[in-house]
Write a protein that binds this ligand. Structure first.
Ligand code: IVH
Length: 657
């Protein structure tokens, strides 16, 4: 009897949610909805054994986790390339037309929130994850379950992954900040809310979600993005009602102009327009770059300019020792975020714009770009402004600075300057360098000040200080374990990450890659002459000299030797096999979990031998590697008669090279 009523109530509430969020057409009042929810909650409290896992009462939160689990995205979560003006939009359309005749596009609002992947098994929500670095994200299922526009159960019992944006409406954001929180913008508030361990907090934040991407449409007879949106809506997801198919460039520009003007009337914030090629076959033809799909782009709204006052000009020390002036500003809101700092680049920049402490200036911020001072409003001066004077000593170690005339830059040359070392250590862990997830700037500063971190090799000794680390405030056993695990994992990085990470002057991400590709291992690079390095295409004398200088320094060599002792990989793993191998040009799919390496490590090893790893099984797949609990991909491989390897076969084949 009670069970039947519970089922009935769940049906009513799910229907009401679908009508409200997906169809935007409610048939019951908010009061009726609340009454049904209260009745359901009461029945579940009285009969705990009858509480269903997919009950809408989980929306009120309650589940608390200790730490965020890592999640691997089988299909990487890519971000979009950007265009900023009409001529770049036209160029995008022209690029597409080189591959596709008369393309149709879907235009969508670019919701300013954070992307999420939702995984359903048998029609039930089983996992929600953040994008993270695109390959590894964080499990936020407990919080996603509290978001009413994310269905807990779909209208069909299928296995599916969809992607979309979690966001906070302008209303919810204003209420939250009125209640004492101090988030800079709705995006930060949404991100802060999904990163809560206690789902009650997320539940109280009134988050929402629009779904806009079906990463693996293969199994559902879907041929266009428009179909995918319709299909996802039918399943119960909320898609944005303003998505629109357009037939040509003119219609696309009309859509962009319309929303540029009408953006303030939307109940949530958007930061641009997303343009996607509609036909999925065409999308496949166009393919991807390393980071973005070529079949889509994001038009970003122009940067907003606002006025504020320069309270002070301060100096910061970067990892190369460069001392940079920054404006300390009276806080202002620009494009939804509060700005307190703007870079002033270098002495020449400040002098040429004549920026003074006390000036009213106009500042500009575009997207994630660091805010900049555009110009001084000289009419607002009253004579009390102080002319800029570049410092001649390091603000941290107080050693005299040296000016590099070619760069208009000042450097602190003290090799022991604390600020410089802290910045270098922060850079070593950063995403494009050794990618050690879990180290914020503060943690590194603290570890540095406590003496645990002095050079790069010390990261690999942190495991010997586990007990001390666990005693630090804010460090549970789990977070120390996670951090140590990330550090260990970074030992398997390919050489270019290490070369970028150790802060050799003038060696950016791309140069590090060129050096690694050409020299294959660090010993070859360390033994190379100036000529050996400078003859390489895209590498000039400045870089060659910098590399030679770096490895002539005993201290640097000592750190490299310590890293070697820790077995940090120092070879190039990406395509180090010039000769043909069994793996060359074969298409692999990894599924299930492996015991001896992570999926990323296995992928790196296969790719190093010339193999190609993709995420979905098709007729073109040569070999599927099935780990533990391999699921639908393994079945598909069987059905298509594709060769299947277990982990030991993989290890055996890899060991032949
Ligand atoms: S499509 C492969 N559509 O913008 C397709 N993204 O700058 C990937 N975003 O990471 C994304 N609204 O977080 C897409 N309608 C929309 C979007 C959207 C917001 C976000 C998303 C993405 C970022 C790229």
């Amino acid at each position: 009897m009670v069970e039947k009523r519970i089922d009935e109530l769940i049906k009513i509430i799910n229907k009401a949610n679908y009508e409200y969020y997906t169809l935007d057409n409610p048939s019951i009042t908010d009061q009726e909805y609340d009454r049904y929810m209260q009745e359901l909650q009461r029945l579940e409290e009285e009969n705990p054994s009858l509480k269903r896992e997919d009950s809408p009462t989980v929306r009120v939160g309650g589940e608390v986790i200790d730490s965020f689990k890592k999640v691997t995205h089988e299909i990487p979560m890519l971000s979009l390339g950007n265009v900023f003006n009409e001529s770049e939009i036209i160029q995008f359309d022209e690029r597409i037309k080189k591959v596709v005749k008369n393309p149709q596009y879907v235009c969508e609002l670019k919701i300013d929130g954070l992307s999420v992947s939702l995984l359903y098994k048998n029609g039930r929500l089983v996992r929600a994850a953040t994008r993270g670095d695109g390959i590894t994200g964080e499990d936020i299922t407990h919080n996603a379950r509290t978001i009413k526009s994310i269905p807990l159960t779909l209208k069909q019992n299928i296995d599916i992954e969809v992607r979309g944006e979690i966001y906070m409406s302008k209303d919810a954001f204003n209420k939250l900040n009125k209640n004492g929180e101090n988030f800079a913008n709705p995006r930060n508030a949404a991100a802060g809310s999904v990163r809560q361990l206690d789902s009650k907090v997320a539940a109280s934040r009134n988050l929402d979600c629009f779904i806009y991407h079906l990463p693996d449409p293969e199994d559902y007879n879907i041929y266009t993005h428009e179909d995918a949106l319709r299909f996802m809506k039918e399943l119960g997801f909320t898609t944005n009602p303003n998505n629109k198919k357009v037939n040509d460039l003119n219609e696309m520009l009309d859509y962009i102009n319309y929303w540029t003007e009408n953006r303030p009337n939307l109940p949530y914030e958007i930061d641009g327009i997303v343009i996607k090629v509609n036909d999925l076959n065409d999308q496949q033809k166009l393919g991807f770059t390393a980071r973005n799909p070529k079949w889509a782009t994001a038009y970003k709204f122009p940067a907003e300019e606002v006025l504020t006052k320069v309270k002070d000009i301060i100096f910061t020390v970067g990892r190369t020792g460069q001392v940079t002036p920054s404006a300390d500003l009276e806080p202002v809101r620009v494009m939804g975020s509060v700005i307190r700092r703007a870079t002033l680049h270098n002495e020449d920049y400040v002098v040429s714009k004549d920026i003074r402490v006390g000036d009213v200036v106009s500042i500009k911020k575009a997207g994630d770009v660091i805010p900049e001072v555009v110009k001084v409003i000289k009419e607002r001066r009253d004579g009390s402004e102080q002319k800029f004077q570049m410092t001649d000593v390091c603000p941290i170690c107080h050693e005299p600075l040296s000016r590099n005339e070619q760069e208009a830059a000042y450097y602190c040359l003290n090799p022991h300057c604390d600020a410089k070392w802290q910045e270098k250590l922060i850079h070593f862990t950063s995403r494009k360098a050794m990618n050690i997830i879990g180290f914020g700037d503060r943690i590194i500063e603290d570890f540095y000040n406590l003496g645990y971190l002095k050079d790069y090799a010390d990261f690999y000794d942190l495991k010997d200080h586990k007990t001390e680390l666990m005693e630090l405030e804010g460090f549970g056993g789990k977070s120390v374990d996670n951090l140590l695990e990330e550090i260990e994992k970074s030992k398997n990085n390919s050489l270019e990450r290490l070369l970028f990470g150790i802060s050799i002057r003038h060696i950016g991400e791309k140069t590090a890659d060129i050096l690694a590709r050409n020299f294959k291992n660090i010993d070859n690079l360390m033994n190379a002459s100036f000529e050996d390095i400078s003859v390489i295409k895209d590498i000039g004398g400045i870089i060659a000299k910098s590399v030679i200088d770096y490895f002539n320094d005993e201290h640097n060599v000592a750190v490299i030797n310590k890293l070697k002792k820790h077995q940090v990989n120092m070879t190039y793993l990406k395509e180090s096999f010039a000769q043909e191998t069994f793996f060359t040009n074969k298409i692999f799919v990894l599924t299930g979990s492996l015991n001896n390496f992570t999926r990323d490590e296995a992928k790196a090893k296969i790719e190093a031998l010339g193999g190609i790893c993709t995420s979905s099984v098709s007729k073109k797949t040569d070999i599927v590697i099935a780990g533990v609990e391999a699921g639908s991909k393994l079945k598909k491989a069987h059905d298509l008669g594709i060769t299947i390897w277990d982990e030991s076969t993989l290890i055996n084949e890899l060991s032949k090279y």
